[in-house]
Design a protein around this ligand. Structure first.
Ligand code: GAL
Length: 695
């Protein structure tokens, strides 16, 4: 298989690949190292659905649209192994060869999200069982049980065939394992594994009973087998452990295939999976899944409505934060989907804005889902780039424009990344613990997170979202709304950060629970009470707003209010409640103190947006966060990617009216060419400007 690779965009190693390449030195075969395009732009393509005669036309149109990659194979099991042990991979090789002729590199999906009919009829024990006990049947996808040993064995077999055949293929730049891991299973094998998992974790049933406090409602267990596996309103300790179990199962499901690929494939080929669920999904801990991969990718859909720039941008930042590295968007919405309440189209230009926003936040690869409308199957209405007749749909022109713009920027973007001195903490344990019992259906922790993000991003134009246990020393300011579960280890990590000069702000509901989802006996924020020098005396779900005022300004507490007591000397109260429910009247709504070289602060209320904005400004100033912002009118999202020599600002006008962005100094206009003091942006328009990097 001799192919000369030639990419439209310069072929340089993407940041995410470099870690993989570094490890490639040992043990890899002597294959020529070829890496992907600086910025990959492509689409999901399903050659197995079409006669080979039409492939050429599809690929020629992709090339003419300026694309440089395709993703293939992720649902093609029945075409790759039509009966057990009979493998038909030649067509895939021809498809990969045909793509290469059109200068399209390939990401190869393993087909394990859609088992073939022979498999499910021969091995019905591999079928997933839902929580009501109903076993799935064939005819859709994701009908397999992720724990099934037999299913995993069959996955290994097909993946090994693929890896042996394409693991050295010069045109295959990477692998995608499965597709959007989603459904857990309640079959007997999964339940057995859950019990074994608990036994491994707790060692003795007495220990489990103690940590889950099972004396409550006589839940005390005598044997592991008595423990239920359900997701209803169960014991909070059990529920948290179940999520961790699900995470471990998906991780080992993935590792089963990862090991096979790594055994046979060149290390220059990255391994990823496309994480789904609109970014915020929390069926399992996606950061842990990402930990084993070379490259993180996720699927960016808008669904009904239009881009919500803060929420969408925060999602990219969350994904980037799992490994603090650039990522790919392996599926992006081509105008519209087919599954939303109203599957409206994004406006003309909005898909382009969606792509640029991903790139601004750190994406180095973008693939549309999908290239061509499938003639039949469950997703016939879904947006695509060419229609069932193989002719361009209206979006095709936008893709072409996009690729033209990207070609101008790709070289400059290569090796650049987002930088931030402000981090928000996102923690799956806390997400789960609050969701199991929100206490108030008005407390939407994602909305709270995005409120904080909004206020901080307006001040800094760059916010990382990271796990509480990740290295924090690079951040001047770390903000943790809803950090509900705080273990002793997390508390030590956070206190060390503060003592060494960091500024930590805890938000509502912090530190209520320990790692077993039991209440912390110190009250909130649990093991951080002594560092804070105060504790939450009581929390209240608010029906009506409560007034707050103090050194931070005046405004309203909404949705949630906690007040503090037992203040040690040196603890300041920058915000107090005014007259409201009697309990809160005059009480501290926030406390702050110096600790070591830094400060620790706790804001006990969700606040109205105006006050939140003012306070965020103060936090940023007090923490000494350097200003890298580029002033821009409201509605224009500004993203900065920094390289060794140049920094790039991506400006995205999310509004439908045109605007002018005056620059503070002369900068290079990368898309229009030449130096400029201002950028004109059409409605939904995008600009990219650059200047030498300032540190
Ligand atoms: C994704 C999935 C794709 C396709 C798409 C439609 O979640 O990975 O295979 O179904 O949704 O929007």
């Amino acid at each position: 298989m001799k192919r000369v690779l030639c990419f439209l965009f310069a072929a340089v190693s993407i940041g995410a690949l470099s870690a993989g390449l570094a490890r490639a030195e040992t043990g890899s075969r002597a294959a020529p190292v070829k890496s992907g395009p600086a910025i990959a732009l492509g689409s999901a393509w399903y050659p197995e659905q079409w006669p080979e005669a039409v492939w050429e036309k599809d690929l020629a149109l992709m090339e003419a649209a300026g694309m440089n990659m395709v993703r293939v194979g992720e649902f093609a099991w029945s075409s790759l192994e039509p009966e057990e042990g009979r493998f038909t991979l030649d067509w895939l090789e021809r498809a990969i060869d045909a793509a290469a002729k059109h200068h399209l590199v390939v990401v190869l999906g393993t087909p394990t999200d859609a088992p073939p009919a022979w498999l499910t009829s021969k091995y019905p024990e591999t079928l997933r069982v839902d929580e009501t006990g109903r076993r799935m049947q064939h005819g859709s996808r994701r009908q397999f049980s992720y724990t099934s040993a037999k299913y995993r064995e069959l996955c290994r077999t097909i993946v090994e065939q693929l890896a042996q055949r394409f693991g050295h293929d010069a045109n295959v730049i990477g692998w995608q394992i499965g597709n959007e891991y989603t459904e857990d299973s309640f079959d007997a094998e999964s339940i057995r594994l859950f019990h074994a998992w608990l036994k491994e974790k707790y060692g003795s049933i007495e220990q489990l009973n103690r940590q889950w406090v099972t004396a409550y409602w006589s839940q005390t267990y005598d044997t592991w087998e008595q423990i239920p596996m359900s997701t209803g309103r169960g014991n909070p300790g059990l529920m948290l452990d179940y999520k961790r179990f699900v995470t471990d199962q998906w991780r080992s499901f993935q590792k089963n295939q990862l090991d096979v690929i790594r055994r046979h494939a060149d290390r220059r080929q990255f391994v990823t999976t496309n994480l789904g669920g609109l970014g915020w999904a929390n069926r399992f801990n996606r950061r842990e899944i990402a930990a084993d991969l070379d490259l993180i990718s996720w699927d960016n859909y808008v669904g009904s409505g239009h881009i919500e720039p803060y929420r969408n941008g925060a999602t990219h930042d969350l994904v980037r934060g799992w490994r603090r590295q650039n990522f790919w968007v392996m599926e992006i919405q081509p105008g519209f989907v087919d599954w939303a309440g109203v599957s409206n189209s994004l406006d003309k230009g909005e898909t382009r804005a969606l792509v640029w926003s991903a790139i601004g936040h750190g994406a180095d690869g973008i693939a549309f889902w999908q290239w061509r409308s499938a003639l039949n199957g469950q997703e016939q209405y879904h947006g695509a780039i060419v229609g069932p007749d193989g002719k361009p749909l209206p979006l095709y022109g936008e893709v072409k424009q996009l690729s033209g713009d990207l070609a101008k920027v790709a070289q400059l973007l290569s090796g650049t990344k987002s930088e931030s001195e402000v981090a928000l903490l996102h923690d799956y344990d806390s997400r789960w613990a609050i969701d199991f019992n929100r206490f108030s259906n008005r407390y939407d922790q994602l909305a709270v997170l995005v409120d904080y993000y909004h206020a901080l991003r307006d001040r800094t134009q760059s916010v990382d979202i990271v796990d509480p246990l990740s290295p924090l020393e690079g951040y001047k300011l770390v903000v943790a709304p809803s950090l509900n579960v705080v273990s002793e280890a997390t508390a030590r990590h956070l206190v060390r950060y503060v003592e060494q000069g960091g500024h930590l702000v805890l938000g509502p509901r912090s530190g209520m629970k320990n790692e077993f989802n039991a209440l912390n006996v110190q009250r909130q924020p649990g093991p951080l009470v002594s560092a804070l020098g105060a504790r939450v005396e009581q929390f209240y779900a608010l029906l009506d707003d409560a007034p707050v005022s103090g050194a931070w300004g005046d405004g309203k507490a909404t949705v949630w209010a906690e007040y503090f007591s037992e203040l040690e000397p040196g603890v300041l109260v920058p915000l107090r409640y005014g007259k409201c429910n009697g309990w809160l009247d005059g009480q501290p709504a926030a406390v702050t103190r110096k600790l070591g070289k830094g400060t620790i602060t706790y804001l006990g209320a969700a606040l109205d947006p105006a006050l939140m904005a003012r306070i965020a400004e103060q936090w940023v100033r007090d923490a000494g966060v350097p200003d890298h912002t580029l002033p821009a009118p409201a509605g224009v999202e500004v993203c900065r990617r920094v390289g060794a020599d140049r920094e790039l600002y991506v400006l995205i006008n999310h509004a439908s009216k045109s605007v002018r962005v005056e620059l503070p100094e002369e900068m290079q206009d990368v898309l229009q060419g030449g130096p400029t003091r201002a950028v004109e942006l059409d409605g939904r328009g995008v600009g990219v400007i650059s200047r030498p990097t300032r540190k």
